[in-house]
Design a protein around this ligand. Structure first.
Ligand code: GLA
Length: 389
């Protein structure tokens, strides 16, 4: 970690010149233990921050220019002015940071000029929220240089708007909230309606969280995410006619969905069934994890995966395969796809002593079946965005 910081500061000096106070900000990626495609339905999610992260080194300027460089794309520098409209465009990786600058300004925050360089240990397109990490880290850079403090919830909402406006993806609030508010060693049950949080400690002695990247790149902005959101809205329109107090699928019970089976379009029915049952699984899993009932948590994770595969239809065969194979290993409590879907990662919950067997089994079986190597790593629950220097 320290060498990463030293190297980044060296790259900063090479790109922008020596001198001045350089701040270093770290923002983690995230993995969601359970509660998928529930956040934009005012529901519940249960993510935690992970060890891979984004680092940004930054320094204030005494004019109104902002320059962003990236260690991943050497030679590319995105430049814009904080006192002029900020256009999105090329290079694409800078749009998340541009969006955050624009939304901070729109929120009335006085921004300083800044030079910044970004680096990341998060796989891009791996579904571990590298974009939310860049957004929240960028916001923290501007705030640190401006000498300002901001509530994590407000940072998250500003970053979510940036993603909507500058990346064109209508994401929910989960990723930005966990990146901005995570606590070490804890998963966070988030109520996406009022943004209240409950932290549940993970016992390192009894439990490992293992992430397996299928290496199938997900395309979140591919129309499917927006299609799912629309289908949920269609569901809400139906239930609203029955009860005008219903504002989101969060307000609908499993019983109500079952009763509507013959009246709803078959696809909309299945989408609603996923969201409504997933909300219930998520609050249950958080409670059970708090009581160290890992077997039951694991069962809920597998049910969640099956529901995402069959009812919500956001899984892919590679993810299904990884979940099935994980569950063959003794000491693995549960596994499921995590994030938006259509590729990316699965997350498994396992006894510490099962990690080795799980890793070697998946390594060999996955490559045999799909002719590519998965990336597998256990992680502890990391802290949210942090000013390191
Ligand atoms: C993506 C979005 C989140 C959430 C998940 C699915 O990660 O950014 O807001 O909707 O998909 O749970």
């Amino acid at each position: 970690m320290n060498s990463g910081i030293t190297e980044l500061k060296q790259q900063f000096a090479q790109t922008f010149g020596e001198g001045g106070k350089i701040h270093v900000i770290r923002a983690p990626g995230r993995v969601n233990l359970i509660g998928e495609h529930t956040d934009y339905n005012d529901g519940f999610v249960f993510p935690m921050a992970i060890e891979p992260h984004v680092l940004i080194a930054c320094r204030t300027r005494d004019d109104s220019s902002v320059r962003f460089a990236s260690s991943v794309f050497p030679g590319q520098i995105a430049t814009f002015q904080i006192d002029k409209p900020i256009p999105r465009g090329e290079p694409k990786w800078a749009n998340y940071s541009k969006g955050v600058a624009a939304e901070l300004i729109a929120a009335g925050i006085p921004l300083p000029g800044m030079d910044a360089i970004i680096t990341s240990t998060l796989p891009v397109g791996g579904g571990l929220s590298s974009s939310a990490a860049i957004e929240v880290a960028t916001a923290q850079c501007f705030l640190t240089l401006a000498g300002l403090k901001m509530e994590p919830n407000r940072i998250a909402l500003i970053c979510q708007r940036a993603e909507h406006e500058y990346a064109g993806v209508p994401v929910g609030i989960m990723d930005q909230m966990i990146v901005a508010s995570a606590k070490p060693n804890c998963a966070m049950l988030l109520d996406c309606r009022d943004l209240s949080k409950q932290f549940v400690e993970l016992d390192e002695r009894e439990l490992r969280v293992v992430i397996v990247n299928s290496m199938v790149k997900h395309e979140l902005s591919s129309s499917e995410y927006a299609v799912r959101r629309k289908q949920c809205e269609e569901g809400v329109e139906f239930f609203k006619k029955e009860n005008p107090n219903i504002k989101a699928l969060r307000d609908v019970s499993v019983k109500q969905v079952e009763a509507a089976k013959d009246k709803l379009d078959e696809v909309i029915y299945r989408r609603c069934r996923h969201v409504v049952t997933e909300n219930r699984r998520t609050t249950e899993a958080a409670q059970l994890l708090g009581k160290n009932q890992y077997e039951q948590v694991g069962q809920l994770m597998v049910q969640s995966h099956n529901s995402l595969r069959d009812d919500y239809e956001v899984s892919v065969p590679e993810l299904d395969f990884l979940v099935e194979e994980s569950m063959k290993i003794k000491g693995v409590y549960g596994a499921r796809m995590t994030g938006g879907g259509f590729g990316g990662c699965i997350v498994a919950l396992a006894q510490p002593r099962a990690v080795e067997a799980l890793t070697s089994h998946l390594m060999s079986e996955y490559e045999k079946k799909w002719q590519k190597k998965p990336m597998i790593f256990p992680t502890t629950a990391a802290a949210g965005v942090t000013v390191l220097e």
